[in-house]
Design a protein. Structure first.
Length: 359
């Protein structure tokens, strides 16, 4: 990851890349430059057909199409679309998508993908990649349309490329997610914010949270605040609760599950009597991570929930955030009920809201 970050710092702006962009702009004449379009979490892979069908393509699919954690039914982290350079050039609309990854073996001088990479990063940088194995990736912007991200991954053998794709995956994933943040934000807050609910959360929980206008208050009993967004197909939910902080042992997997299960038993049920929500750590594990939200020490948990004595379930993400200003933890839970719907993007929308938290 360190190598990838260094490479990004070295090659965010590539001189030959801009020269090509200027040439293409000149060819367009007075035609307006298009704005890139495409779906969230979609990467267009530009790679030669024979490489896509061999171990390099398998490696890329293994990492980038791996399962998003954790959903009741598997969905990939990224949706991949593959074009060869020839296929890319056949249809102008294929050059107006948002996120591209161009992968090539620089040792294969006859490869169309390699020619594209060398043309964009420049021959000098291609030579540098042969001498400096840490230089194996570059970033470009707005090559064919406004609002594009282009990630170049290159080496001098297919074995090198396999290791590069594997080692660079965490940093590339982070870069693509950051690039998508504006698109997520625009969708989540399309109709503005619920200022009244934001003020209520601020007063009762001592926390700032950007709440979309289509969320409403379901419960506020001076212990728990539960906010919901309901459509005909989905139910998105965020729960907040303050907890006195006594010692580090509270920041454990067992404790974060116990907190959400106690809330689930007290507040959340289906229409059937005697039902309640609980964490299901039998069918899938609960994964926990130590992370930071806006600089605050945080324990994150992801898993699936179910309604006891009813056939309902879904995905959740829970956070225990240490408030540096008080001797308290803030428990935040986001959960989704969306039977028959894809859930990855909906969970990302909930996560995006939660990560606006500031004490």
């Amino acid at each position: 990851m360190k190598n990838f970050v260094q490479i990004i710092m070295l090659s965010v702006i590539i001189a030959s890349f801009f020269l090509q962009s200027c040439t293409e702009d000149a060819r367009r004449g007075l035609r307006p430059v298009p704005t890139a379009f495409g779906n969230l979490n979609e990467i267009v892979v530009v790679m030669d057909a024979d490489m896509w069908d061999r171990p390099v393509g398998d490696t890329l699919r293994y990492y980038y199409s791996s399962a998003y954690p954790l959903l009741p039914q598997p969905e990939p982290i990224f949706d991949l679309r593959h074009f060869t350079p020839e296929e890319l050039n056949k249809d102008p609309l294929r050059k107006e998508l948002r996120t591209y990854m161009i992968v090539g073996n620089l040792n294969d001088e006859n490869s169309p993908a390699t020619k594209m990479i060398i043309n964009d990063i420049g021959k000098e940088n291609a030579r540098k990649a042969k001498e400096d194995k840490d230089y194996n990736s570059a970033i470009g912007r707005d090559k064919w349309a406004k609002g594009q991200l282009l990630i170049y991954e290159f080496g001098y053998s297919e074995d090198e490329l396999i290791n590069i794709l594997k080692d660079n995956f965490p940093a590339v994933r982070k870069r693509v997610n950051q690039f998508d943040d504006k698109k997520v934000d625009a969708y989540v807050y399309l109709d503005g914010q619920n200022k009244r609910l934001e003020e209520e959360v601020k007063q009762d929980m001592d926390v700032s949270l950007r709440i979309p206008s289509d969320y409403f208050l379901a419960v506020n009993d001076d212990d728990v605040i539960w906010m919901r967004r309901e459509t005909d197909e989905t139910s998105s939910n965020i729960i907040l609760k303050k907890i006195p902080y006594t010692d580090q042992s509270q920041l454990s997997k067992e404790n974060i599950i116990a907190i959400r299960d106690s809330i689930g038993k007290q507040y959340i049920s289906s229409t059937l009597p005697g039902t309640y929500m609980q964490t299901n750590d039998v069918d899938l594990p609960v994964l926990t991570y130590v992370t930071k939200i806006n600089g605050y020490y945080t324990l994150e948990a992801r898993g699936i929930w179910e309604i006891v004595d009813d056939y309902m379930g879904g995905a959740f993400m829970s956070y225990l955030i240490l408030n540096p200003n008080t001797n308290e933890l803030l428990f935040v839970d986001g959960f989704l009920h969306a039977p028959g719907e894809d859930k990855r993007d909906l969970m990302q929308y909930i996560e995006h809201i939660i990560k606006t938290i500031r004490f």
